[in-house]
Ligand binder design. Structure first.
Ligand SMILES: [Zn+2]
Ligand SMILES: [Zn+2]
Length: 255
């Protein structure tokens, strides 16, 4: 008889699996419910309707190195003068009306359904550009303090969905950020200085997942590119073969 009575561990496991299934059904149900477009408030099956994508996110020619809007998709002056550490950058939209407000809703109000539709759009742009020959997709990390405040890293919410969509491996732990726990042992002086300035470095335990790999860094918004530069440089110092940058929104040139 004793063999027929499930153990506490089995019951806990069954409960966790049932809860997970309920959450997935709930999300699937929410995805299918009619809703209003986040931008125009018309009824739509998706958080952003096809009309708004067409109106507010038309195809834009961009600098291949930093994704700033450039006529004819030429490399921009700043990238010619001082090439960024990433070989290629892709952005889905310009950071401005109405995407700034939508990104803020996604970033500060834990809206996973927005992450799904935004990541899908960015993945489509990446696939269209043909820049999918990467081994792994990584988010620009948040510091532990910021992660605790927000509860999630918006860049990881995008990165893991993009990885799923493009069938590329993802890694949320290889690149880390935070000044309190910087692992500086064995680093040269320049690397230490850069770590201190930006608090970005690779986890020594992830060395095998970085060395010789083609990596794609994902972030929600690229403004000056300083954080993306520091993150890419940290990965290259860790031995990455090359780093691309994939961002949802690119701040346009102020000229
Ligand atoms: Zn709309
Ligand atoms: Zn550029």
């Amino acid at each position: 008889m004793a063999g027929l009575i499930p153990s506490a561990a089995t019951l806990t496991d069954l409960a966790a699996r049932a809860a997970g299934r309920c959450r997935r059904w709930a999300h699937a149900g929410i995805d299918r419910l009619p809703r209003q477009c986040e931008l125009c408030r018309q009824w739509s099956e998706q958080p952003v309707c096809t009309g708004c994508w067409a109106r507010f996110a038309p195809p834009v020619a961009r600098c291949p190195r930093c994704a700033i809007a450039m006529a004819d998709g030429r490399t921009c002056g700043p990238c010619l003068r001082q090439p960024p550490p990433f070989t290629h950058a892709i952005a889905a939209v310009d950071y401005g009306y109405p995407w700034d407000a939508l990104v803020a809703r996604f970033k500060f109000h834990a809206r996973p359904e927005l992450a799904t539709c935004l990541a899908r759009r960015l993945a489509e742009c990446i696939a269209l550009s043909g820049a999918t020959t990467v081994d792994c997709v990584l988010p620009v990390p948040l510091s532990m303090q910021r992660l605790r405040e927000r509860g999630y890293n918006q860049a990881w919410e995008l990165a893991r969905r993009i990885g799923g969509q493009l069938q590329i491996a993802t890694d949320a732990r290889a690149l880390v950020r935070g000044r309190d726990t910087v692992h500086q042992v064995g680093l040269g002086r320049a690397a230490r200085a850069s770590n201190l300035r930006h608090g970005l470095w690779t986890d020594p335990r992830a060395a095998a997942r970085i060395q010789g790999r083609r990596l794609a860094l994902v972030d929600d918004v690229m403004t000056t590119g300083a954080t993306a530069d520091a993150a890419a440089q940290a990965l290259l110092r860790g031995g990455a073969a090359q780093v691309q940058l994939w961002v949802l929104a690119r701040t346009p040139s102020q000229d």
